[in-house]
Design a protein around this ligand. Structure first.
Ligand SMILES: NC(=O)c1ccc[n+]([C@@H]2O[C@H](COP(=O)([O-])OP(=O)(O)OC[C@H]3O[C@@H](n4cnc5c(N)ncnc54)[C@H](OP(=O)(O)O)[C@@H]3O)[C@@H](O)[C@H]2O)c1
Length: 255
């Protein structure tokens, strides 16, 4: 394929987006797709949502530049499922050079109800999955032409919330894992991280924590899924950035 200034920047690139069935994950998948990447949309339980993301990817391409969209599943608390997910993506797209670790759980855990199991679950779903996927995808990328990993953390990974201690700890681990893999996979693979602030209220409606974060931000409003998608695209394309944590939080972390 001949490239010219009208060729989208990610043509020929192959991306896996975890948790791509809705909200931030869907917005990231669509943004990478509109930049020309082939995208594997991962889901755990929401197959309908993931199929809709794939359909939107296919619709949004006027001429698809050879890009494809595919569907893949797996519970990322399961180590074997993480390894299989990278293999399946590799087979369905013919490679993998972009990994977006977006999937996560976000459970409120007030002190009176908090358990050790809450910690284990958040670490397995939000952090150990990032470790396992980065390890397996990173090896594939290093054996090929390199690649880019973008992890979706949270500003709570810098400054924990009392009602979400296990979640906050898991996101602190994601920030640290980003830096660890940036070092371990250099120079062929870059790893960067986004720390979103209040982007979208939880599915059950805004909670106190989200409203407090908005009130405490400099910009005094919720962000959007597209803000995160654009930041992810920027990090995928930023060839001289690795090990960076980009706060997309309306200035919350400065206050
Ligand atoms: N929304 C915000 O304002 C905000 C703020 C800060 C950080 N973030 C971070 O941004 C990311 C996306 O947020 P969101 O609000 O869009 O999330 P969301 O709507 O809660 O969706 C989470 C996704 O993760 C998947 N998932 C959860 N547990 C999984 C597991 N064990 N295995 C595989 N997949 C699993 C879900 O898949 P299924 O539905 O298919 O089961 C779902 O697609 C998360 O990392 C979150 O922590 C979000």
């Amino acid at each position: 394929m001949t490239r010219d200034s009208s060729t989208p920047p990610l043509v020929g690139r192959k991306a896996l987006v975890t948790g791509g069935s809705r909200r931030l994950g869907r917005a990231i998948a669509l943004c990478l797709g509109s930049a020309g990447a082939s995208v594997a949309v991962h889901y755990r339980s929401d197959r309908d949502g993931a199929e809709e993301t794939v359909a939107l990817l296919e619709e949004s391409r006027e001429s698809n530049w050879g890009a494809v969209a595919s569907l893949c599943d797996g519970d990322l608390t399961d180590e074997v499922a993480c390894e299989r997910l990278i293999e399946v993506t590799h087979e369905s797209l013919g490679g993998i050079d972009i990994l977006i670790n977006n999937a996560a759980i976000f459970e409120r855990t007030p002190l009176d109800a908090m358990t050790v199991a809450d910690f284990d679950l958040h670490m397995a779903a939000n952090a150990r999955s990032v470790y396992a996927l980065s390890l397996h995808a990173g090896r594939v990328m290093r054996a090929g032409d390199g690649g880019a990993i973008v992890n979706i953390a949270d500003v709570a990974g810098h400054s924990p919330w009392p009602g979400y201690v296990p979640y906050s700890a898991s996101k602190a681990a994601v920030i640290n894992l980003t830096k660890g893999f940036a070092k371990a996979l250099a120079p062929t693979v870059r790893a960067n991280c986004i720390a979103p602030g209040a982007m979208l209220p939880p599915a059950g409606g805004a909670d106190d924590q989200g409203e407090k974060a908005v009130a405490a931000s400099l910009l005094k409003r919720w962000g959007s899924a597209e803000d995160i998608a654009h930041a992810a695209l920027f990090l995928v394309r930023a060839e001289y950035l690795t090990g960076v944590v980009l706060n997309v939080d309306g200035g919350r972390s400065l206050v």
